[in-house]
Design a protein around this ligand. Structure first.
Ligand code: LMR
Length: 333
């Protein structure tokens, strides 16, 4: 083969492969930006990682899930707006954060001493009540896919909190829920709404005196390092609704959506199975750190908290909806 033929053949081959490439471009993956505010090493953080792995595997790479943990993309209030605008496609906000969206019924989950244990809670979230609640998001342009557990809340502060009177005048950080506001007012504290990403610094600098959260959140944000006391009170619960932008979800090809449904179902089972363990390990971690005194309420003290906080239920009944409350009561029985 002479040199001219070789060049001609090379050119022809190059042309052919470029044309073939132009005719069948590799389809760009569908990107799901999943933003959340907690550390990766938490029930929600790990659930999100599991969803990413499953979604990418089950769709053979046609979907790419980008995770943004620890408020690295948006803080609490902004992420809700970003989801509605379509700047992110998936979130898993705490159920205490849906009030500003206008879906006040979700605050029912913040009522103190509503759930005796995780099993009662699971009956509420994984059954018909849960479905009914997720459906309330649709008019807001949001589709609810699942409920993920975190766990029961404990109190932290730089002062011992054993009986309701100990809360008098304490500035306590809360999530944006009117039920939580009422809960702290019922024991004489001053609740202050604050984004999760700002809590550590607010505790460190004394902007607030204390807060409530699950052990996994306290531990992974190092809140215990700036709080002298932690009271194991299990007085309330934090869990999540995994939500997507409805327009985005509805626009997905049906086969992709069903794979994502499968990925969500499997990651929900996983996240809910590890939540309790993660929280137990976090308490152990705080104990090991050794500088935060951990106190468990006695049954008599707990009864005092319950008596003090119980009027919140009646007070907030009209906000969370009488029907919602009755449905939850029925489910947890
Ligand atoms: C909080 O703001 O305290 C929690 O909702 C954070 C979270 O997502 O668990």
């Amino acid at each position: 083969m002479n040199r001219r033929t070789l060049i001609a053949l090379t050119l022809a081959a190059t042309f052919a492969s470029t044309t073939a490439f132009a005719q069948a471009p590799a389809a760009a993956p569908i990107v799901i930006k999943f933003s959340h505010v907690v550390a990766t090493d938490t029930p929600k953080g790990k659930g999100a990682v599991r969803f990413k792995e499953l979604a990418e595997k089950l769709t053979g790479g046609r979907v790419k899930v980008e995770l943004y943990a620890n408020s690295s993309l948006y803080k609490d209030k902004e992420e809700m707006e970003a989801l509605q605008l379509g700047a992110v496609q998936m979130l898993a906000p705490s159920l205490a954060k849906f009030g500003p969206l206008g879906v006040k019924e979700f605050e029912v989950f913040d009522l103190p001493f509503l759930f005796v244990d995780q099993a009662a809670l699971t009956r509420a979230t994984q059954g018909p009540v849960g479905k009914m609640m997720l459906a309330k998001l649709e008019p807001k342009g949001i589709k609810g896919l699942a409920f993920w557990n975190n766990g029961f809340k404990q109190m932290t502060s730089n002062k011992q909190l054993h009986v309701p009177a100990d809360f008098k005048g304490m500035k306590m950080r809360i999530q944006s829920s009117k039920v939580l506001d009422a809960q702290f007012r019922s024991v004489g504290a001053n609740p202050q709404v604050m984004a999760f990403s700002e809590v550590y610094q607010a505790l460190q600098t004394g902007v607030v005196d204390g807060t409530e959260n699950t052990p996994s959140n306290i531990y992974t944000q190092k809140m215990h390092e700036v709080q002298k006391f932690m009271t194991i009170s299990d007085h309330g619960y934090i869990g999540y609704a995994v939500i997507v932008n409805k327009k985005f979800w509805d626009s997905l090809p049906a086969d992709i959506r069903s794979k994502l449904d499968q990925a969500m179902a499997e990651s929900t089972t996983y996240a809910n199975a590890i939540a309790q363990v993660e929280n137990d390990q976090a308490v152990a971690g705080i104990r090991k750190w050794g500088k935060t005194t951990i106190y468990t309420l006695t049954p008599a003290e707990k009864a005092q908290w319950r008596t003090a906080m119980l009027p919140v239920r009646k007070e907030m009944e009209s906000r969370v909806g009488k029907d919602t409350l009755a449905a939850i009561d029925q489910a947890v029985k």
